[in-house]
Write a protein that binds this ligand. Structure first.
Ligand code: 4AD
Ligand code: MG
Length: 479
């Protein structure tokens, strides 16, 4: 009697595309037991995770009846049709409920579903008559898994604070979805790049006994009665790893406690840090250049629709090709002075300075050899000019600022001890690090790339708060 589709032969296809006369069955999970028992189990529609088709895979099912599971993103209605916009995390599809097919009562019920109601839909996949690659579902059965009422994020505009307070829900919106998919592609490229080049992944600890990037930005914790700090960088541990593996990298969350409220600062951010034995500053700059080109290329190849939906100017990203210009800190100072900025040797660059420098170039620019006085204790002294460090920063174009910082490390035990004293760091805490210079010291270099600033740059976002699923900032610890 029932023309509800039979138990599928293939787990994803629910019978022939005969939707005529199919009744719209709306089973409310609340009324029919738990969602997993609702309806289906008894009639071949067991809501298994393998039985449904993903929206991203609809092209392979045109002309067949399939089952989809997802959330109601939006709905438009006319007298005899409801156009349900259904999303499942892999895409969005229009599911059409027709009064003629389903009868008045159920048609009315479907029209009352709230935004973000979770649904299970059965229907025929049709190719959109005019838009290639777009599909729609002619609904023959529909099951409510859980209703949603008064979803806080409606299609109207909301303020940033409101959206950040509802970040756990905001992630469902198409813009956030696109950004985080680009983030994923960047991380994919990061891993692929190093894995394909014989780097060993060596995880660095999060609790650390000492500072790496200056004592003013440490988050202190009580570690069983003694102070410990959340890591600012895995670098020092990667130097140990470079001595063990030659080429190593770590990738994980890092922390900075500066009371900085800029659009580039997070209290918790993800950093990837390669470290290579017997590599010098030139090799380090080369590695950073190859790495960034690889990331941009991968993202352009795999996430073009997402970048387009974010209205990113792709021609700017397509220009990111080797070689990147390399200028010295001294040249950068001259460049800033020519632009009318009052800077002198010894000044660090602020966001505005970095923007002026990066705007002179159409691709990332590498600034090398900063004064030692404004850089971390571990930087190697330039043998040709002891006031300088053999370090480099990569500045992203279009004013996105520093995305990579790194350089060659001081490999002289004596000079390193001197630097630790100058920086008034507690020597005991660095004994293990000094051991790396005591037992077979070796020239080595590396860098750190901040994932969130890279996401901001590639997506063209004005602020890093949208580049990470759950941002931690000066005034935000929730959700
Ligand atoms: O320049 P930084 O501080 O370098 C280091 O930590 C080195 N120990 C890395 C190394 O050589 N292994 O940080 C590196 C990068 C920056 O260029 C930036 O992209 C990112 O990390 N970064 C931040 N991102 C977001 N919020 C913050 N507060 C950041 N601080 C640094
Ligand atoms: Mg830096």
């Amino acid at each position: 009697m029932s023309d509800s589709p039979k138990v599928p032969q293939s787990p994803t296809v629910l019978g022939s595309p005969d939707a005529s006369g199919a009744e719209l069955r709306i089973a409310d999970a609340a009324g029919a037991g738990s969602a997993s028992e609702a309806k289906g189990a008894s009639d071949g529609h067991a809501p298994t995770s393998t039985g449904s088709v993903l929206i991203s895979a609809l092209a392979a099912h045109v002309g067949r009846v399939v089952r989809l599971e997802g959330w109601l993103k939006n709905m438009r209605s006319s007298k005899k049709l409801h156009f349900l916009e259904l999303r499942d995390g892999t895409g969005v599809v229009q599911a059409i409920v027709s009064l003629g097919d389903v009868g008045e009562a159920l048609f009315e019920r479907a029209g009352q579903l709230g935004q973000e109601t979770s649904l299970r839909v059965v229907g025929e996949v049709r190719a959109h008559p005019k838009q290639p690659g777009v599909f729609e579902i002619g609904v023959s059965a529909l099951e409510v898994i859980a209703e949603a009422h008064d979803y806080p994020i409606s299609p109207k505009a909301h303020g940033t604070d409101f959206l950040m307070d509802h970040r756990h829900l905001w992630l469902r919106s198409s813009r956030q979805h696109a950004i985080l998919r680009v983030r994923h592609a960047i991380i994919q490229a990061v891993r692929r790049f190093f894995d394909e080049r014989d780097f060993t992944l060596v995880d660095a600890p999060v609790f650390t006994p000492n500072a790496c990037e200056g004592t003013s930005t440490l988050f202190e914790t009580d570690y069983h009665g003694q102070p410990a700090y959340l890591t600012q960088s895995g670098q020092l541990y990667m130097e140990a790893a470079a001595a063990a593996f030659g080429k190593a990298y770590c990738f994980g969350p890092t922390f900075r406690a500066e009371k900085s409220k800029t659009r580039r600062h997070l209290a918790e951010f993800w950093m990837v840090e390669p470290e290579v034995a017997f590599m010098d500053l030139d090799g380090d700059m080369q590695l950073a250049e190859d790495f960034l080109c690889f990331i941009v290329d991968h993202v352009l190849k795999t996430r073009r629709p997402e970048l387009e939906s974010l209205e990113r100017d792709l021609t700017r990203l397509e220009r990111v090709k080797a070689p990147f210009p390399r200028i010295s800190y001294r040249e950068a100072i001259t460049l800033l002075q020519q632009a009318g900025k009052e800077v002198t040797f010894g000044d660090d660059f602020g966001a505005e300075d970095e923007t002026i420098i990066s705007e002179q170039f159409d691709r990332p620019v590498i600034v090398q050899r900063y004064p030692s006085a404004i850089k971390a204790f571990y930087m190697k002294q330039d043998p040709e000019d002891p006031a300088l460090s053999l370090c480099m920063d990569v500045l992203a174009p279009e004013g996105y600022g520093e995305i990579i910082g790194g350089g060659q490390r001081e490999d002289s035990l004596e000079l390193l001890e001197q630097r630790i004293a100058e920086h008034q760091l507690p020597k005991e805490a660095f004994e293990w690090y000094l051991d790396l210079r005591r037992y077979g010291s070796f020239p080595h270099a590396g860098f750190g790339l901040g994932i969130e600033r890279t996401v901001a740059w590639l997506c063209g976002l004005p602020h890093v708060r949208e580049t990470i699923p759950f941002p931690r900032m000066l005034s935000r610890l929730s959700p």
